[in-house]
Design a protein around this ligand. Structure first.
Ligand SMILES: C[S@@+](CC[C@H](N)C(=O)[O-])C[C@H]1O[C@@H](n2cnc3c(N)ncnc32)[C@H](O)[C@@H]1O
Length: 228
């Protein structure tokens, strides 16, 4: 995508009613496209989706492929894609608007601040799909212990964290982090999910990056765990 197009999409998403942007000062409130503060912390379901359905997050959602696919499969849940790149989430957000999907929204923020935007226990589950492995920068990995601590704060008890990745490094790293934390409990781990029939139908969905990784012959890994 060219720079001009990226800038246009970035500007566009600021006008979408299903995209929330964070105040540049990174305070714990949100501003909507009219510039009004709309602090949804603790009441995303009633305040945005106008229901009381469970809230499922997709972190590092990119174009929002998984957010949209899961939301289509599960109209009984609310889905929120989170990423720092507005021009990327434009695709999923626009698709959701054009197809009238009321159970999909997006939040543009750094995941480092994720626990400022949700009350304790507000999220029912978290998906993390193909995050950057950050080979040389352990602390930036979305599966590093400080990130898991943020996820723990916003997840309901028993809420599941799902990681789908092509990276052997990130897969092994995640298992190490989980095994070294007695509050974590692995429910399922598979280093090559497509080598046999899928154990969970939702794994069938493929993101933009997953398609690229599969195209160059990478195997896809998946971990499912809880943190109390
Ligand atoms: C490799 S892409 C994967 C996108 C998508 N999940 C997919 O599979 O196509 C990683 C995404 O993570 C986002 N990202 C990385 N670190 C982030 C952070 N700390 N906060 C918010 N977004 C982040 C990037 O903007 C990028 O869109």
């Amino acid at each position: 995508m060219g720079r001009k197009n990226k800038l246009k999409r970035f500007a566009d998403v600021a006008t979408f009613p299903n995209v929330y942007e964070v105040d540049p000062a990174q305070e714990s409130f949100l501003t909507n496209q009219e510039g009004n503060s709309s602090d949804l912390r603790g009441h995303w379901a009633s305040g945005h989706y106008h229901n009381d359905h469970p809230l499922i997050l997709e972190l590092a959602c990119g174009k929002g492929d998984y957010t949209v696919a899961l939301a289509k499969d599960h109209p009984e849940n609310n889905y929120l894609g989170v990423d720092i790149k507005g021009a990327r989430m434009w695709k999923g957000a626009r698709h959701a608007l054009e197809t009238g999907m009321n159970n999909v929204a997006f939040l543009r923020t750094r995941i480092e601040f994720i626990d400022r935007f949700f009350a304790p226990g507000e999220a029912s589950a978290i998906w993390i799909t193909f995050p950057d492995p950050f080979e040389g920068k352990v602390t930036r990995r979305l599966m590093a212990a400080p990130f898991l601590e943020r996820y723990r704060r916003i997840l309901k008890p028993g809420g599941i964290i799902h990681l789908k990745t092509d990276s052997p490094l990130l897969y092994e790293f995640t298992l190490e982090v989980i095994h070294s934390d007695p509050r974590c409990h692995v429910l399922y781990a598979n280093p090559d999910i497509y080598s046999a029939p899928l154990d969970f139908p939702e794994l069938e969905h493929k993101t933009y990056y997953e398609i690229k990784h599969l195209g160059i012959g990478r195997t896809i890994k998946y971990v499912q765990f809880t943190i109390v």
